[in-house]
Design a protein around this ligand. Structure first.
Ligand code: SAH
Length: 251
């Protein structure tokens, strides 16, 4: 069987218990070498074969999986963060379906959660934003026209941009075109939860210069919005004057 496993954002102890167990039992591990913490491979079986998918094509990855399946091996495909975001797992799952190879998916802590932890921030603040837009700038991978950054920016919601660190001049421009003021708070989170994690606070109009000044070119998330500011309303849930299923309002 093939197990797609989320490795978490970086720190080796941020994988799930299930993911760790699958790694310990694996006969073959194919891991995304550019972003997965290699420490996660330490507890593998002595006989486990390890492949770094960074230098492999989809066809080569599937060939390793298919060969493993034929030899009754447990195969773990280890993806960074949570595999459902920019993980390219759908194409792998479809190839496995075609070959009638069974698979399952174990979720992981995404780097956007790791970034919030690094920022010690809450993305969904009452009366600031109740929505998180997860997206990316258009690079070599096209983004549908209706999801242009300037269009998404019109919501003024919390935004988290993956895979966009090399495109920040364009990002700034499109975010402001969409309606974020140039002084909207923003932050660049580099290698969230890794030992060399770094956080740079800036504004929408200084994203590119901040990244450049600090030499940040990859492995970073861009977060934007009023959630990084100082104003918000208290929650209803913990308001003494608010009744709900588990608590009566105080007089
Ligand atoms: N599935 C992954 C994302 C893979 S796309 C997840 O859920 O996190 C790869 C992009 O994710 C990187 O270019 C970067 O933008 C972001 N990323 C991954 N790990 C990161 C980390 N520890 N800190 C900041 N950004 C990270």
């Amino acid at each position: 069987m093939v197990h797609f496993v989320g490795a978490g954002p970086g720190a080796a102890d941020l994988i799930t218990l299930r993911g760790k167990k699958l790694l310990e039992q694996a006969d073959i591990i194919i891991y995304a070498g550019s972003l997965v913490n290699p420490e996660l491979l330490n507890d593998r079986k002595a006989t486990c074969r390890v492949y770094n998918s960074a230098s492999m094509t989809l066809e080569q990855v599937i060939a390793v999986m298919a060969d493993g399946f034929q030899n009754s091996c447990e195969v773990v495909r280890l993806h960074t963060g949570d595999p459902s975001l920019y993980g390219a797992i759908r194409e792998q799952m479809d190839c496995l379906e075609e070959r009638k190879i069974p698979y399952d998916v174990t979720p992981g802590v995404s780097s956007f959660s790791g970034a919030a932890a690094a920022l010690q921030a809450e993305y969904t603040l009452p009366n600031v934003s109740q929505t998180v837009i997860i997206t990316r700038a258009e690079g070599r991978t096209p983004v549908p026209e209706k999801e242009k950054l300037s269009k998404l920016a019109q919501h003024g919601a919390t935004m988290v941009l993956f895979l966009s660190t090399g495109l920040l001049e364009k990002v700034e421009q499109e975010l402001m075109e969409g309606g974020y003021s140039p002084d909207t708070p923003a932050a660049i989170v580099y290698k969230a939860t890794w030992p060399d994690e770094k956080v740079f606070y800036c504004t929408v109009s200084t994203l590119a210069s901040t990244a450049q000044k600090n030499g940040i070119h990859q492995t970073a998330l861009i977060t934007v919005g009023g959630f990084l500011g100082d104003c918000y309303d208290r929650s209803k849930l913990y308001d003494p004057g608010f009744s709900h299923g588990c608590r009566e309002a105080q007089a």
